[in-house]
Write a new protein. Structure first.
Length: 385
């Protein structure tokens, strides 16, 4: 593993040629605005995310609001916004997306101060346009959006909302329900991971470097992320202020089929593998989510026999962490606690990571062995290893 200073980074251009340059922040990003998933039944998916993850209803768009081709439910928990969208027309592009990929992430929306400039800066550097700058207005102001394509059929939409006072954006109304499950303590999106095909990691690392001004923060190779049977490689790309982090994974040679290959097979191409969401109290969060039916990867009890020898003193009760299957890792800045759900779809594709950072800025390298062995055990049960 190598960690880069964001002022001097090693990047790759589209041909895979290594280049060294200063990190450029020509695309200031305030944070993640929302994540939109295309799903087969948005009403039922919204109930799941409310019940199991503790989200609350925020906004709704559909026939009642004048939207004739789809329905969208927007859920919120602290700074996290999820939009769940289902089409009405079985022949629409959204239906095609669901038919091919199953439920999955379509839009990773980024909150910017100037969506027009974000579009101009990225497209002039080679991004393929997804949405020309578009202004939407209602009585509460205006939203400006633009967008570009990234890996697979995933897109980034730039959202400028400084002149809007409504609940979400024009075309949506406040979503009123009588069902308000308590929060599970999720705070914000820590990072989102993209899986790409063999040989494409450097291409997409180059895309985020050249087109969006990101830096290669950390690189993991197959020596860092491997077991006896499978391996992968990853580059973590980060924007200038560090609020947006996109690890890009590709499979590496191994004796058996890796989790990345399994994902690509079932998702039918590159896409978002997992969403990492942060909490300030991971024991509370996981205990709540488990009570509500969320399934997590199994961590062998033997993992905890030596973990403190590796990570040193921690504030949490190790027995509590063992009870809930929470893993620990440390870097030079502190430590982190993390756990991964099983896939939340019938296809073994999208899953969530729950993470609590106690100073650590890394991604749990010390847990990779145990994590991969747990994933491989699930693959073996599915017959896809």
């Amino acid at each position: 593993m190598t960690t880069k200073d964001l002022t001097q980074v090693e990047n790759f251009n589209y041909t895979g040629e290594k280049v060294f340059e200063k990190a450029q922040d020509f695309l200031p990003i305030i944070g993640t605005d929302y994540v939109e998933l295309y799903v087969g039944n948005a009403k039922q998916a919204a109930h799941y995310y409310k019940t199991a993850f503790g989200f609350q209803g925020l906004a709704y768009a559909g026939l009642e609001t004048g939207v004739k081709d789809r329905v969208s439910y927007v859920l919120v928990q602290d700074k996290i916004r999820l939009m769940l969208t289902t089409p009405f027309d079985p022949e629409s592009a959204i239906s095609d997306h669901i038919r091919r990929h199953g439920d999955g992430v379509k839009v990773i929306a980024l909150w910017v101060d100037d969506a027009q400039k974000a579009f101009e800066e990225t497209t002039k550097r080679g991004a393929k346009a997804y949405m020309e700058p578009t202004v939407s207005k209602d009585a509460l102001g205006e939203i400006v959006q633009s967008g570009i394509h990234t890996y697979g059929e995933t897109v980034h939409v730039f959202v400028e909302r400084k002149n809007y006072k409504g609940v979400f954006m024009p075309g949506f109304e406040k979503w009123e329900t009588e069902y308000h499950p308590i929060s599970t303590g999720l705070k914000y999106i820590d990072h989102m991971v993209g899986n790409v095909e063999l040989g494409a990691m450097n291409t997409w690392a180059g895309f985020y470097a050249e087109v969006m001004g990101f830096a290669n923060l950390i690189t993991f190779d197959d020596k860092d992320i491997s077991t006896e049977y499978t391996a992968l490689m990853s580059k973590v790309m980060s924007n200038g202020n560090g609020r947006i982090k996109f690890p890009i994974n590709e499979p590496a040679a191994g004796k058996k089929k890796s989790q990345i290959e399994e994902y690509l097979d079932f998702y039918k191409g590159p896409g978002c593998q997992h969403i990492a969401v942060a909490t300030d109290d991971i024991v509370f969060t996981i205990s709540e989510m488990r009570k509500r039916g969320v399934e997590f990867l199994y961590v062998p009890g033997s993992y905890y026999d030596t973990v403190l020898d590796r990570v040193g003193l921690i504030e949490e009760d190790l027995n509590e962490l063992k009870k809930w299957g929470i893993m620990v890792d440390r870097d030079e800045d502190g430590y982190l606690l993390q756990i991964f759900t099983k896939p939340i779809e019938d296809r073994p594709t999208l899953f969530f990571e729950i993470i609590q950072r106690k100073g650590a800025k890394s991604f749990g390298k010390g847990n990779f062995q145990a994590l991969f062995e747990s994933i491989e055990a699930e693959q073996a049960r599915r017959g896809t290893l």
